[in-house]
Write a protein that binds this ligand. Structure first.
Ligand SMILES: O=[N+]([O-])c1ccc(OS(=O)(=O)O)cc1
Length: 470
């Protein structure tokens, strides 16, 4: 539950879906549940509250052939009252949705998936055969679904990484060429010192920028983020021509590990096993820049980073022959005062908030905290819904992983006309001392509490009466 709720905390409602739970929660700053959705599936990873109040979520379907962390295979759409409106499976022996989805402004849904490249085809793509294990390699794919009826979809757009490979290993193959001179393509033999597993890229995030019509991806294994054009046709997305930016489905930008495209001498800053690169939305501090949760697996120190790529035109990224794609340095960063105190090896997210605060999800601790613009901690919450059930306030949590946390302002359209009366917190034996500002126990026979909410107040102050917790 909530452990810190300073008056400077941004007053909003936080959405999260614990990895080991079928529940999705919307809580206020006190940790009280304002809405809750129940699925029959635990999440692959991401969930979204749409501005009409519907919940779009991923679900995990067991898949014996595709088994890495983040595998999902199911997408579900619930209304505010938890009625299932639509669902869709993308899960077979050869394909699976994983980690992320993204609700596009036109009502379509991007889904992130892997498809299987058989060993023979991987070798045709120039993969060093000694670096193939599990008899296959995963292609990373993005599909755009146009939902139909209650359980169908048209696939209206598609992109595949296998169409954008380069290699300098096997001169007899079509995609043979200089890795350093083709930064718009991915070297199929670059493993970043990882084991040559089928899931060699482990893309763990897919976010979208409507202004630019661009998609940003994150490879945990290669410690790189990639930007591609979404304005292409499917045919253009499989090529190196077409789209607003003229590069088809090739990378428009990559950042985080210049060694991946043979820029060993680059002096630019790097990432390490990062998550959730996304453009900071319009209207917020640092809008248009890219926020990244930098897990820091090799140093066991996590940080939140903001980078500001140099551009030579709208959505066109500066490139330096020697150093690669800009920027040379991270513009803004948050680390704990004692850096080793803040580390999540997997999962995790950051979010800039309307008042300039920043919400951070330390995923492997199920711990959310909010910092103000001076990096002071003003709100803290621990997810109590774990793989062994729901804990009491104060218990030491284990396996309470959360992929991301997202805080919505109270004027988010999804909340229009909804009953947002706080219900009880998730955890047992909750401690609401941060939230109850008045107590009338001296004046009434049945102990009650008067709650004033939200806390702090922006526009409307609500007054609630209820029995005191004992
Ligand atoms: O344990 N999981 O559910 C899990 C683990 C890793 C994972 O991949 S990551 O890149 O998002 O950390 C996703 C989900």
């Amino acid at each position: 539950g909530t452990i810190t709720n300073d008056t400077n905390a941004f007053n909003g409602l936080t959405l999260f879906s614990p990895n080991n739970s079928t529940e999705t929660y919307l809580i206020n700053n006190c940790g009280e549940v304002v809405n809750q959705w129940t699925s029959t599936y635990t999440p692959a990873a991401s969930v979204y509250l749409l501005n009409n109040g519907n919940l779009l979520r991923t679900g995990k379907i067991y898949n014996s052939e595709i088994t890495f962390g983040g595998v999902g295979g199911k997408i579900e759409l619930f209304d505010w009252e938890n009625n299932l409106l639509w669902d869709y499976n993308y899960s077979t022996d050869l394909v699976s949705q994983h980690h992320d989805i993204y609700p596009l402004p036109n009502g379509n849904i991007l889904i992130l998936a892997v498809t299987t490249i058989p060993i023979f085809d991987a070798i045709e793509e120039g993969r060093d055969a000694t670096n193939i294990s599990e008899g296959k390699l995963f292609n990373e794919q993005i599909l755009e679904l146009q939902p139909i009826g209650t359980n169908q979809a048209n696939i209206v757009w598609e992109w595949n990484i296998k169409d954008h490979l380069i290699q300098d290993f096997d001169a007899t193959k079509n995609n043979y060429g200089s890795v350093a001179n083709n930064p718009q393509r991915l070297d199929i033999n670059f493993l970043n010192n990882n084991n040559p597993v089928a899931n060699w890229l482990h893309i763990n995030s897919m976010q979208y920028n409507e202004n630019l019509d661009q998609i940003i991806l994150s490879s945990r294994k290669l410690s790189e983020v990639y930007i591609i054009d979404h304005s292409t046709s499917t045919a253009e997305a499989a090529s190196s021509q077409g789209g607003i930016y003229g590069k088809g489905g090739d990378f428009l930008y990559r950042w985080g590990n210049p060694v991946a495209y043979d820029h060993e001498t680059s002096t630019y800053a790097t990432l390490d096993s990062q998550h959730f690169p996304h453009w900071i939305p319009n209207g917020l501090t640092d809008a248009g820049k890219i926020m990244i949760f930098n897990n820091g697996n090799s140093s066991a120190i996590s940080s939140l980073a903001i980078i500001n790529p140099e551009t030579t035109g709208q959505g066109i990224y500066a490139y330096d022959e020697l150093n690669g794609f800009s920027p040379s340095a991270i513009e803004w960063t948050y680390e704990a005062d004692t850096p080793t105190d803040f580390f999540s090896a997997i999962l995790s997210s950051g979010q800039r908030l309307p008042n300039g605060n920043t919400l951070i999800c330390d995923g492997d601790s199920g711990y959310f905290f909010e910092i103000d613009s001076n990096k002071n901690t003003v709100w803290e919450y621990v997810n109590p819904d774990t793989s062994t059930g729901v804990l009491n306030q104060g218990d030491s949590p284990a396996l309470n992983f959360v992929f991301r946390a997202h805080k919505f302002p109270l004027d988010y359209p999804a909340f229009n006309g909804r009953d947002l009366t706080p219900r009880v917190p998730i955890e047992g034996n909750p401690d609401l001392s941060n939230c109850t500002v008045l107590s009338t126990t001296e004046y009434v026979v049945t102990p009650v509490e008067i709650k004033l909410y939200p806390n702090p107040v922006v526009n409307d102050l609500f007054l609630g009466l209820r029995k005191r917790y004992s």
